[in-house]
Design a protein around this ligand. Structure first.
Ligand code: BGC
Length: 754
């Protein structure tokens, strides 16, 4: 049996984190905020209206566009004229230097900001964000963002358009892969971890990039899961579910925000004054700046909210959008709009001031080329250290869905393995969507599952391969070969799922079953009777009911990035004991969507599945998801016992201390994510049947026990009352502690009293 070293992974994470900070952290160009304020004021006084509009204007280069390019002129000339404040989609110190040099030829020599979608890694790809969310491991998530920032900053970039903190409960929406899943509490923790990872010891350090919390707001609730679609949402749901991760990102220091493509209750987010001026810059006191999404200012014409670009610019600026990404509405119209009195000069100065402040904080006025050191770029980008970090995070992101008869972990002494499926040798697909394109290396660099197995097992294990079928094709011509290969082997490992472009932006799907004939291939292989492990790779929760019901061992690996194959092999052979938990519910059928764990009880709740008459139920499906939020197995097992509450009652000024004992009752060292849920039984506004309020990831040796403590204070008991005030109400609470939202192991109650 493989030996899993107790301290190995946590020590590795610590060392890697230290490596990042020690090796790459540089003294920041410390600027006191009052000095920066003065400098910004002085600079604003020198600027013409056209130059101010220039600072609010962002262009994309022609590379890697993720939307229509509006700029038909010569970007470099426009930069020299002071008409551009930021460039996106230019990578590498050499190219970035060219644009920055142009900015240095403008009248006021205001440096450019360089933005990029560094979503899950820069050069070395990490697991997609939804996969990392499955780790429930804030240090791992921080390390991923830290490594990405370190690489990106070394390559000249000073701003990433991440983290995406949109909650989504709709796996039809392709961008679900880019977020942290369905839950506002988990989503908030992850939002903060990512911001801290990207911004490190603070922007201005040479290993930090500005984070951008996006997409403000409610983009993840696009009607019917169709990307860019309208959002219609109650104020309550907005505040309870969709806004908390944004607030957490802001509290963690996010330097910038991006608004979004969707309308919210009839008003496009980009032109939404309530969201941007009242909530973000008003109530929350955000001091950074807001960038539009790609062309989203101009798109307000299509929304039917404004007539032309002039009106679009007026609406967006008035609403609090500071920078125009690839839309040209600001640069073409703002100077005239100010001169004619349609837009106030004060608003322009505020927006420009916010952007200049960040340029000062980044140290770009001290040295516009400080992120353009080719030597540093060569040393840091694509380093073995980045790859090691990626592998470490990748294995933590894998979720073990099923392990009957303890098929896993596999023995390294196995003589022959059949590796079957359209993704068994896939490489680019391992990176998933939002991986930056590096040309030929996308096809050659990521470690495939097959290669990972070869690396792990060496030559003494025979690896046989058959593709079986394509990812999304209907031909079964390869089935016979695959079945024969399976029959010849001791164990079969299958790799199925989605190719890299099946989830992501503009990748919504109405059918989220395993694509093509892949599930038929699973049936054919299962019929051989060979021990079978299925690995499912993809960017969203897929539906695979037959596989789930019949295959004894299933790992959901998502898209794991550059080191995917090695990370999967680590888990398959027990060099890492899987510890992931689902951050989003997996439906049984598309008709259940949205299905999520924190639903309301209703007046006719389904209590007994055998009695659905006039109950809130489906005639043709259970209410429950196939795999629940928080679910994920380990090679070991854990018992929960000895629940104690410090008191049966608390007031809102007191803290309830909850303790219990967690014991590793299995054979392997392992990590368990213990989850605390609460239910407010009766309130002036009905509360969900369960809400995640805390969690901890605990590592235990076989037979080891630990006493775990949770603290419950008034904030965890609060909700928005009928007047939308964040408050507590006296009453009884159910306390539930468990291994998943549907696997509660310990229960109690307590009362909140006056
Ligand atoms: C996406 C953003 C992204 C931007 C720049 C847009 O299409 O919605 O999330 O940051 O493009 O690439």
């Amino acid at each position: 049996m493989p030996f899993i070293n107790r301290h190995k992974t946590s020590c590795a994470l610590l060392i890697l984190t230290l490596f990042c900070t020690i090796t790459f952290a540089q003294p920041s160009p410390l600027k006191s905020s009052s000095k920066i304020k003065t400098k910004v004021r002085q600079l604003l006084a020198k600027m013409t209206l056209e130059e101010k509009a220039g600072q609010l204007n962002q262009y994309a280069s022609y590379k890697n566009a993720t939307g229509p390019i509006s700029n038909t002129g010569n970007i470099v000339d426009e930069i020299k004229q002071g008409r551009v404040g930021s460039i996106i989609k230019v990578n590498g110190t050499v190219d970035i230097r060219i644009y920055q040099q142009a900015a240095m030829q403008s009248r006021l020599k205001i440096p450019l900001l360089f933005g990029e979608d560094v979503i899950h890694g820069y050069r070395v790809t990490f697991p997609i964000p939804l996969a990392e969310a499955s780790s429930w491991d804030m240090e791992a998530i921080k390390l991923s963002a830290r490594t990405a920032a370190t690489e990106a900053a070394a390559a000249g970039i000073n701003w990433t358009f991440a983290p995406m903190v949109d909650i989504s409960r709709d796996p039809r929406w392709g961008r679900v892969m880019e977020g942290a899943g369905e839950d506002p509490y988990l989503g908030s923790q992850i939002a903060a971890a990512r911001v801290k990872g990207f911004q490190g010891n603070g922007i201005g350090n040479l290993d930090a990039v500005m984070a951008c919390a996006k997409h403000f707001a409610a983009y993840g609730a696009a009607i019917a899961g169709r990307d860019y679609n309208a959002v219609d949402m109650s104020e309550r749901t907005l505040w309870e579910v969709y806004l908390p991760p944004f607030k957490a990102a802001l509290d963690a220091g996010a330097a910038t925000f991006m608004n979004s493509f969707n309308e919210l209750n009839g008003i496009p987010a980009t032109g939404n004054r309530y969201l941007q001026r009242e909530i973000l810059k008003g109530k929350w006191g955000f001091k950074g700046f807001v960038v539009s999404d790609w062309g989203s200012i101009t798109e307000m014409i299509n929304h039917g909210f404004v007539t032309d670009k002039k009106e679009a610019a007026t609406a967006a600026m008035t609403a609090g959008c500071d920078m125009d990404m690839e839309g040209r509405s600001y640069i073409e119209n703002l100077p005239r709009l100010v001169k004619s009195g349609k837009v106030s000069a004060r608003l322009i100065d505020d927006a420009v001031g916010r952007i200049l402040t960040k340029k000062f904080e980044l140290g770009l006025f001290d040295d516009p080329f400080r992120f353009c050191d080719e030597k540093r770029e060569k040393l840091i980008v694509n380093s073995p250290q980045s790859k090691q970090n990626s592998r470490n995070v990748a294995r933590r992101s894998i979720v073990l869905l099923k392990n009957e008869k303890e098929i896993l972990p596999l023995s390294k002494d196995v003589k022959s393995i059949a590796v079957i499926g359209p993704l068994a040798k896939a490489k680019k697909d391992m990176n998933g969507f939002w991986a930056l394109p590096w040309g030929k290396t996308d096809e050659t660099e990521p470690v495939s599952l097959f290669e990972g197995l070869r690396n792990k097992l060496g030559a003494h294990t025979e690896l046989k391969y058959a593709k079986g079928c394509g990812v999304n094709e209907l031909s079964k011509a390869g089935f016979d070969e695959a079945v024969n290969v399976a029959k010849d082997a001791d164990v079969v490992i299958m790799a199925i799922g989605e190719s890299y472009d099946m989830s992501g932006e503009a990748k919504s799907r109405s059918n989220i079953h395993l694509p093509g004939v892949q599930e038929d291939l699973v049936k054919a292989i299962q019929a051989t009777g060979k021990p079978l492990v299925v690995l499912i790779m993809g960017g969203r929760p897929l539906i695979f009911n037959w596989t789930a019901d019949h295959v004894p061992a299933i790992l959901y690996t998502w898209w794991l990035g550059t080191e995917a194959g090695d990370a999967m092999a680590d888990v398959l052979f027990g060099d890492y004991n899987p510890s992931g938990k689902l951050p989003i519910s997996f439906p049984r059928a598309e008709g259940q969507i949205p299905v999520f764990y924190s639903y309301k009880n209703t007046g006719r709740p389904l209590v007994n599945v055998n009695d659905i008459n006039y109950k809130s139920a489906y005639l043709d499906l259970p209410n429950t998801p196939k795999f629940a939020f928080g679910y994920g197995l380990s090679y070991t097992s854990f018992s929960y016992s000895a629940l104690k509450l410090s008191s049966a009652t608390i007031t809102k000024h007191q803290t309830l201390h909850v303790t219990f004992t967690l014991t590793n009752t299995g054979k392997y060292t392992g990590e368990e994510v213990v989850q605390l849920y609460l239910r407010d039984r009766v309130a002036s506004v009905t509360r969900p049947v369960k809400e995640l309020k805390d969690f901890k990831k605990i590592k235990l040796l076989p037979s080891e026990s630990k006493i775990i403590t949770f603290e419950i204070d008034a904030n965890k008991l609060s909700f928005y009352n009928q007047q939308m005030h964040w408050t507590t109400e006296p009453g009884r609470f159910d306390l539930m502690i468990g291994s998943a939202s549907d696997d509660i192991r310990l229960k109690s109650v307590f009362d909140l009293v006056r």
